[in-house]
Design a binder for this molecule. Structure first.
Ligand SMILES: *[C@@H]1O[C@H](CO)[C@@H](O)[C@H](O)[C@H]1NC(C)=O
Ligand SMILES: [Zn+2]
Length: 262
């Protein structure tokens, strides 16, 4: 525990150097680290675990998702954007959702700032997109996310290097619920089929911003996965890795809690 926190703090210090430093890392901050890309995870490792992950929030359905999970003795993982669909993470309502998820024991993680295709960006732009979302999550919860999910799951060497320098694991998925494309009944069927196949563990992709995902599909997914004997845990727990590089008290709202000019 201490060792990993120390390692995390070291990486944190090298890459971000507390919150006062400018968001852009100098290109030459650590060329050795940049040679090996950040780890890309597509599956859980702990047997009999299912990690339900929810992208593109925070949004109004977060409360439904949290309540369904908590009622089942489960937690989920939220990959938050900072400024997606014009919904700024720093508004009072949005920040409250982020804090609520964290306080309920769900894992909070970065889906980067504005849901850009990171493979189209340069080194500084990638860090900017990563930093802004991490900063917001850190200020709102006091926890610095150790996981990032690049929008669309798109990554290249530069993105992996950036995640590595930031001490982060890139998290994808091995089951796409396709809730972004399909109706509730079809998505429910995919979960039924998944539970029947019964892989050793499962890392699912869902979207917090769809009402049917939160209110119709999720209760079904929880039921079939639990009936199949899975423990519904956070992504970090299904991997046996820490969810955060640093945890502490949340910050107090100030003028920096804004999406303006970012
Ligand atoms: C992201 O950008 C890459 C490089 O231009 C492109 O190949 C890929 O299709 C893009 N992905 C999406 C989801 O737009
Ligand atoms: Zn997304």
């Amino acid at each position: 525990m201490f060792k990993s926190i120390f390692t995390a703090l070291t990486i944190f210090a090298v890459s971000v150097s507390a919150i006062a430093l400018p968001p852009h890392l100098p290109r030459n901050v650590n060329e050795n680290l940049r040679r090996a890309p950040g780890q890309v995870v597509t599956s859980c490792t702990v047997p009999n675990t299912a990690a339900l992950t929810f992208d593109d929030g925070p949004w109004v359905y977060l409360y439904d998702i949290s309540k369904a999970l908590v009622a089942a003795g489960a937690v989920g993982t939220f990959f938050f954007n900072g400024d997606n669909f014009g919904d700024c993470i720093y508004t009072a309502d949005q920040a409250k959702r982020v804090k609520y998820a964290y306080d309920k024991g769900h894992q909070v993680a970065s889906h980067t700032w504005a849901h850009k295709n990171l493979t189209t960006l340069n080194w500084d732009q990638i860090h900017h997109q990563m930093w802004l979302a991490e900063e917001a999550i850190f200020k709102i919860t006091g926890a610095y996310p150790a996981f990032v999910r690049p929008p669309y799951g798109e990554h290249n060497g530069l993105v992996r290097d950036a995640a590595r320098v930031r001490g982060q694991t890139i998290a994808l998925w091995d089951f796409d619920s396709r809730d972004w494309a399909l109706g509730a009944d079809e998505v429910k069927q995919l979960y039924t089929d998944l539970a029947k196949r019964r892989p050793s563990n499962v890392l699912t992709l869902n979207h917090e911003v769809h009402q049917h995902s939160a209110q119709v599909v999720l209760p079904h997914a929880i039921k079939v996965l639990k009936d199949a004997g899975y423990r519904l845990v956070s992504l970090a727990e299904c991997l046996g890795q820490p969810a955060y590089t640093v945890t502490g008290p949340p910050a107090t709202r100030d003028a920096s809690w804004t999406c303006q000019g970012k």
